[in-house]
Every structure is written in structure tokens, then in C-alpha cells.
Design a protein around this ligand. Structure first.
Ligand code: E4P
Length: 225
């Protein structure tokens, strides 16, 4: 399973990248706004900085247009920033048409705002490279986000669709584990749940004991000299 980080914060992207486990980055207009990135030029520049920081990873850049012709024009501009750019397109009727155009014209895409298996089937039929079901937001609305990942994974296997399932809207380390178990090809998560995967109290207790025993042995050796 690939790991993407879901943020536009450069320090957090660098921290995840330095861990050596990062395969890409997803952003969205809300995440860009959170970092105070305003205006087309600044947004384009920020995407380029992210692409250069995570060399070789897949970097999702979201279109703001909702009309097929404008989505295509905007997507072409985004794709021209860097070869790592994946154009993120919303799951709407014009978005599906644009996904097909991008797929026919060799531009990589991530179909975003997916909340049902039917939407995931359409994204795959239109040739999206990634489909992004929003796990956390589904849980928030009293449905089961991980169940949707399982369902899409089963459908894609049966139908032989090549679209990769990118589990998004991740809220906890357990979400990441459950999505891996459910057949997600990728998870995109904020930094905190990724770092949360590291934590186990027995690891800390075990390490403290190993280091303590090693220190005692060194002290005994030094005393014997
Ligand atoms: C996906 O690409 C989105 O950017 C993101 O995962 C949405 O997460 P949220 O529901 O925490 O805003």
C-alpha cells in the first residue's frame, strides 16, 4: 500500500518524506487556504515546491472549475507544472467527462469526493488513475467508510478495473490499518495518524529495559578494568 500525506504544509510534507515512506501528496482547496496560499501564481508555485520536495511522488492538484471545458483547460495547466502532478477532479457529471478526456490524453487523474460504490464504478469507467473515497466524512455521517473501501476493492477485482483505491479523509492510525486490510491501494493521511502508527507502549517499555541493561553491562565492564 502506498502512503500519501494529505496536507499543503511544507514542514509536514518534509517530515513524512524524511521518514522514507512517502509516495505522494494530496492537497485540496481547503488545505491550500489553511496554509494561506492565495492566487493562481502562488498556488502553482506551491505545487512546484511540493513536487520538488517529494521527487518522483504523485502530487494531487485539484481543479476549481466545474464545467468540462474549464476543467480540461485548468487540468492541462496543472499537469504542465511538473510530471508528478495528478489532476484532482470532483465526482460530478462534467468531472466524469473530463476524466475520460484526461485519460485519453495521457494526463493522470484522481477522482475526488467519492462517497459510494456507484461513483467509484463511474470513476474507473472514465479511466481515473485514482479514486478517493472519503472515509472519515462517511463515518461522520453515520455510515462505515472502511466498508465502502472493501466494497470498491471487491468490485474492482471482479471487474478488472485498474483504478487505484486511494482512501482519503483519514482521521486515525486505526483508519490506516483498517484501510490496508480492506484492500486500499493508497492511503492519504494527515501527518499525525501516520506518526501514530509508530506508537506502542510495550515498544517504549522494551526499549527502556534494553538500554538500561546495556548500560549496566557497560558499567560492569568498566568496573572490572
Ligand atoms: C482527499 O484528497 C482530501 O484532501 C482529504 O482527505 C479530505 O479530508 P477531510 O475530510 O479530513 O477534510
Amino acid at each position: 500500500m502506498k502512503f500519501f500525506i494529505d496536507t499543503a504544509n511544507l514542514a509536514q510534507i518534509k517530515e513524512a518524506h524524511d521518514l522514507g515512506i512517502l509516495d505522494g501528496v494530496t492537497t485540496n482547496p481547503s488545505l491550500m487556504a489553511k496554509e494561506g496560499i492565495k492566487g493562481e501564481d502562488s498556488v502553482m508555485k506551491h505545487y512546484l515546491t511540493i513536487c520538488e520536495l517529494v521527487d518522483g511522488g504523485d502530487i494531487s492538484a485539484e481543479v476549481l472549475s466545474t464545467n468540462v471545458h474549464e476543467i480540461i483547460e485548468e487540468g492541462k495547466k496543472l499537469a504542465a507544472i511538473h510530471p508528478s502532478i495528478v489532476v484532482k477532479v470532483p465526482m460530478i457529471k462534467d468531472g466524469v467527462k473530463a476524466l475520460k478526456w484526461f485519460s485519453d490524453n495521457g494526463i493522470k487523474t484522481n477522482c475526488t469526493l467519492v462517497f459510494s460504490a456507484g461513483q467509484a464504478i463511474l470513476a474507473a469507467k472514465a479511466g481515473a488513475n485514482y479514486v478517493s473515497p472519503f472515509i472519515g466524512r462517511i463515518d461522520d455521517s453515520n455510515w462505515d467508510g472502511v466498508e465502502l473501501i472493501k466494497q470498491i476493492s471487491q468490485i474492482y477485482k471482479i471487474q478488472g478495473y485498474k483504478t487505484e483505491i486511494l482512501a482519503a479523509s483519514i482521521r486515525s492510525p486505526l483508519h490506516i490499518v483498517k484501510c490496508a486490510e480492506a484492500g486500499a491501494d493508497v492511503v492519504t493521511s494527515p501527518l499525525e495518524p501516520i506518526l501514530g502508527l509508530l506508537k506502542h507502549p510495550l515498544t517504549d517499555i522494551g526499549l527502556a529495559k534494553f538500554l538500561d541493561d546495556a548500560k549496566k553491562m557497560q558499567a560492569e565492564l568498566a568496573g572490572a578494568k
